[in-house]
Ligand binder design. Structure first.
Ligand SMILES: [Zn+2]
Length: 185
């Protein structure tokens, strides 16, 4: 008996009705970057079915070097595997979704941040960079950061959104945009 036991029972029901699908591009043609917060599950909030979207989750849903590397590889993979299917309209859209009441918001407070650094061994500057105190501001910053990356394929577009925990509503802050060919920072 573990915490997983009741979840494995749910999986039994899932597997009983399951039909495997072929490897293909995500049906919704999106890659979601969002927070690991359990109240922000994009499959539920955005109504995904299996195979609809790639989801990358980390603390705050921040665009980190690791996230940029994941997206660079996904862009390469999609170009290799699905170029005949998706070339006309681009590879996919990366939708960065930050949310209200994010647990990283506490890190905007210097005292809390200091205690977190002391307890975890994480650098204070890194913890400060995680903080999503104003999701509208951080989502804009992260969309710009991703668009400015030389690793981002020009066939990938990026948009920014905020999920409101109080209402369940996702609002678009920045419409989808492709990176500038010349690149600017
Ligand atoms: Zn969060």
């Amino acid at each position: 008996m573990t915490k997983m036991t009741p979840l494995l029972e749910r999986n039994e029901q899932f597997a009983a009705a399951y039909t495997p699908g072929p490897l293909g591009p995500p049906a919704a043609q999106v890659v979601i970057v969002t927070c690991l917060d359990h109240r922000v599950d994009p499959a539920i909030v955005l109504g995904f079915r299996l195979g609809d979207a790639v989801v990358i989750r980390n603390t705050g849903g921040r665009v980190t070097p690791a996230v940029i590397e994941d997206i660079a590889y996904l862009g390469f993979l999609a170009g290799q595997l699905f170029s005949g299917i998706v070339a006309a309209e681009g590879l996919f859209e990366v939708a960065v979704v930050h949310h209200t009441q994010c647990g990283t918001g506490f890190l905007a407070d210097p005292g809390f941040r200091h205690r977190a650094a002391a307890a975890t061994g994480l650098p204070e500057a890194a913890l400060e960079a995680w903080a999503v105190a104003d999701p509208h501001a951080t989502v804009k910053a992260d969309v710009e950061l991703l668009l400015a990356s030389p690793l981002l394929s020009p066939k990938v577009s990026v948009s920014g959104h905020v999920y409101d925990i109080a209402t369940g509503r996702v609002t678009t802050v920045l419409d989808a945009r492709h990176p500038q060919p010349a690149g600017n920072s």
